[in-house]
Structures are given as structure tokens and as C-alpha cells.
Design a protein around this ligand. Structure first.
Ligand code: SF4
Length: 248
């Protein structure tokens, strides 16, 4: 596969870890498989996008829109109130919604992230970034594995590396924290802290994974993932196991 100009993301890295064959389908062959008869699934995705948009408007200080009276959106007001409670707005902090960062990996490719919300500020002189991620799934998220998630690894390491270059002075370090917040189920967010040691580990993991991807012919299959993979019909002539897919 030609990687010139290729933009890696946590999704791409995660897809390769899940199954190299799947990475090949999606990113080498460009196949996007929409699951049929899954109106509910796509509705729920759209619902999530709309809530993210509402939060984006709130933190950008523009009207969020009026959802009262529309039964479909009755949860939004409650969710937004919870978000307001957990993320107070301070005048001396910068609130950046849908904030994208991109880091050069090598001569031909980059790694991109986009944060739902990034808050940049100084606390007792220390440069800080808080990364927020809204979760709107119907299923209550199990937070035990959050620290090991590819999203966490990529989001925190990129912030740790780049934010001091944009906002810092004289090679100072940044304090990075990541918060996952699922307003349907939780009053408080889950906080993940970061340090130099974690950053070095994460950076190695990311670089090694990208090297592995670049060497791969995308023929290896991870058969443990097939039952919730949208390419199950292509690989195994089998339909997706709906329950496993929903859990995935
Ligand atoms: S069906 Fe299985 S082998 Fe095929 S791409 Fe999906 S996870 Fe990989």
C-alpha cells in the first residue's frame, strides 16, 4: 500500500489492531460497508453527532438551539445540564471545540486527532490541557479499560507532544488529563492522568504499530473479531452476529 500522504488516526490504528485484513478492506481498498437493516444503529449514531454539535455550540458561546417539545431530544437538556456542571467555564481558560491536531510521523504520513473539547490554561504557572470526550451510546460504558484504549493512547500522547510547541515556553512540559463523560449514566467524568513515562510508552506503541502497518500485506485475519465485523460476509460468507455487533 502506498502511504504517501496517508493520515493515520486512532480509528485506523484500532482497525489494524482488531484485524489487519479489515484495515486492508477499509484503507487500502477503500471499501465502506454500511450495515443493512440497521436503521436504529445509524439513528443512534446521528443522535450522538447531534449532541456533540450541541456541546460544540455551548462551548463556542453560540445558541445551542431549542429542543424542548421534541420527544426525540428530551434527554439533551438533562445531558447538557450535566455537562455544564462537570465543565465549568472560566474566563481565563481557552475552550476549543472539535479541536484538531496533526503530528508528522515520517516523511510520508501523519497522525491526526480531533478532540470533542480541549481546554487550555495555566494553573499555578503550569501549562495544562484537559481533553474531553462525550459518550452518548445507549449501553453503559465499562470504564475499566479506558486507559488502555487506542483513543486514550493517541489523544493524550499527541497533546503531550504538540501542546507545549503551540502554547509553551522554553521547552516546558504540559500537564495532560483526559476525561470521558457519558451524561446518560454518570454525574462525574472518568479522569485519566498522564506523565512522561506513559508518554514514552505510548509513543513507542504508536510508532511500532505504524511500522507494522506499513510492512503488512493485510492478509492476516483475526477470526476472533469476525462475528462483529461488517466484512464478515466478504471473508466468511456469514452474517454479523447482531448482539456481538451491538456490543462492539
Ligand atoms: S470478517 Fe474477520 S477476518 Fe474478515 S476483516 Fe472482519 S475481522 Fe477480519
Amino acid at each position: 500500500m502506498d502511504f504517501s500522504g496517508f493520515e493515520f488516526s486512532q480509528n485506523a490504528l484500532n482497525t489494524f489492531k482488531t484485524c489487519p485484513k479489515k484495515f486492508g478492506y477499509k484503507y487500502e481498498q477503500g471499501i465502506n460497508w454500511k450495515k443493512e437493516d440497521e436503521e436504529e444503529y445509524y439513528k443512534s449514531l446521528k443522535y450522538g453527532v447531534e449532541f456533540h454539535l450541541m456541546c460544540e455550540r455551548y462551548f463556542s458561546n453560540i445558541p445551542v438551539g431549542n429542543f424542548s417539545g421534541d420527544k426525540k431530544y428530551e434527554k439533551f437538556s438533562k445531558w447538557l445540564e450535566r455537562v455544564k456542571n462537570v465543565v465549568p467555564i472560566y474566563k481565563d481558560r481557552e475552550y476549543l471545540t472539535e479541536y484538531g491536531l496533526s503530528i508528522k510521523i515520517d516523511e510520508e504520513s501523519r497522525l491526526n486527532v480531533k478532540y470533542d473539547l480541549a481546554i487550555i490554561y495555566r494553573e499555578s504557572g503550569v501549562l495544562c490541557i484537559d481533553i474531553w470526550d462525550w459518550k452518548t451510546e445507549n449501553r453503559k460504558i465499562n470504564y475499566n479499560d479506558l486507559e488502555k484504549r487506542m483513543q486514550t493512547i493517541v489523544y493524550m500522547s499527541v497533546a503531550y507532544e504538540i501542546i507545549p510547541k503551540i502554547y509553551g515556553k522554553n521547552n516546558e512540559k504540559v500537564r495532560v488529563r483526559m476525561y470521558y463523560y457519558q451524561p446518560e449514566y454518570y454525574l462525574e467524568p472518568i479522569e485519566i492522568k498522564y506523565n512522561e513515562e506513559k508518554f514514552k510508552n505510548d509513543k513507542n506503541k504508536i510508532n511500532n504499530l505504524i511500522k507494522e502497518i506499513k510492512k503488512s500485506d493485510f492478509k492476516d485475519k483475526n477470526l476472533n473479531s469476525c462475528k462483529f465485523c461488517e466484512f464478515n460476509m466478504l471473508c466468511n460468507q456469514k452474517n454479523i452476529n447482531d448482539i456481538a455487533y451491538e456490543e462492539y
